[in-house]
Design a binder for this molecule. Structure first.
Ligand SMILES: [Zn+2]
Ligand SMILES: [Zn+2]
Length: 209
C-alpha cells in the first residue's frame, strides 16, 4: 500500500509509456552489479567473528540449503541485504531520474529468482551460468553453506575471483572434477533397466508364493 507513494517520493516514474525492453534490461544488469558488489562486502563483514555469532549464524544453520532458505536469516541481516537491493535503483533515480516502477518490479522478481536458485542446491541445465560464465552456479553458494568460507558474492563469480576469496572453492572443485573423471561411466538407461528387471523378479517371486 505504501510502495507507490514511497516510489513516487523517491523519484521513480509511474507514468506511461513504459521504458523500452533494452533500457529496462540494461538498468537491471547495472542493479545486479551494484547489489552484488555491496552484497559481497556486507557478507564478508558478516563473517567477522562477533557479527557472525550474533547475526549471520542464523542463515548458516542450513549446511545444505534449499530455495526457501534464502529468506531464512536474522532480521538485521535481511535489512542490510535489502538495502543492497534498493541501492542501485535509488542511485539511478538520484543521478538519472529515469527509473520506472515496472523496472523495479522486474528487478526484484529477477533478484528473488536468483537468490532462490543460488540456495536451491540444483544444477539446473538452463541456468544462466551455462550461457554467461560470470554468473554463479548454485554450486558456488552451496559450497559457502557447506564450508562456511569463500564465495561471499551472490550473483557473479567475479568479486570472489578478484579479491581471492574463492581459492579453497576452486581447489575443492578441481578435486571433485578429478575424482569424477576416475569413476567408471554409468549408463543411466542400463541402470534403470536393471532396476526394473529386479522389481519384476521380486513381483514374480511374490506371486509364486
Ligand atoms: Zn555466509
Ligand atoms: Zn545463503
Amino acid at each position: 500500500m505504501l510502495f507507490l507513494p514511497i516510489a513516487k517520493f523517491a523519484g521513480f516514474s509511474t507514468s506511461v509509456p513504459f521504458p523500452s525492453f533494452s533500457s529496462m534490461m540494461s538498468q537491471i544488469l547495472c542493479f545486479f552489479v551494484i547489489e552484488d558488489f555491496y552484497h559481497y562486502w556486507m557478507h564478508r563483514l558478516f563473517h567477522w567473528g562477533p557479527l557472525y555469532k550474533a547475526i549471520h549464524k542464523v542463515h548458516h544453520e542450513f549446511t545444505a540449503p534449499s530455495g526457501i532458505a534464502t529468506e531464512y536469516a536474522h532480521p538485521l541481516e535481511t535489512l542490510v541485504f535489502v538495502l543492497g537491493v534498493i541501492l542501485g535503483p535509488l542511485s539511478f533515480c538520484y543521478y538519472f531520474r529515469n527509473v520506472h516502477v515496472i523496472s523495479m518490479f522486474f528487478w526484484i522478481t529477477f533478484k528473488l529468482c536468483q537468490s532462490v536458485e543460488a540456495h536451491s542446491g540444483y544444477d539446473i541445465p538452463f541456468s544462466i551460468s551455462y550461457f554467461f560464465p560470470l554468473w554463479a552456479n548454485p554450486d558456488h553458494h552451496d559450497y559457502h553453506h557447506m564450508a562456511f568460507v569463500n564465495n561471499f558474492a551472490s550473483s557473479f563469480i567475479v568479486w570472489d575471483r578478484l579479491f581471492g576469496t574463492d581459492i579453497k572453492y576452486q581447489a575443492y572443485r578441481n578435486k571433485r572434477i578429478q575424482t569424477k573423471s576416475k569413476l567408471p561411466d554409468v549408463d543411466l538407461l542400463d541402470a534403470f533397466n536393471l532396476k526394473i528387471k529386479k522389481i519384476i523378479k521380486i513381483i514374480d517371486n511374490t506371486s509364486k508364493i
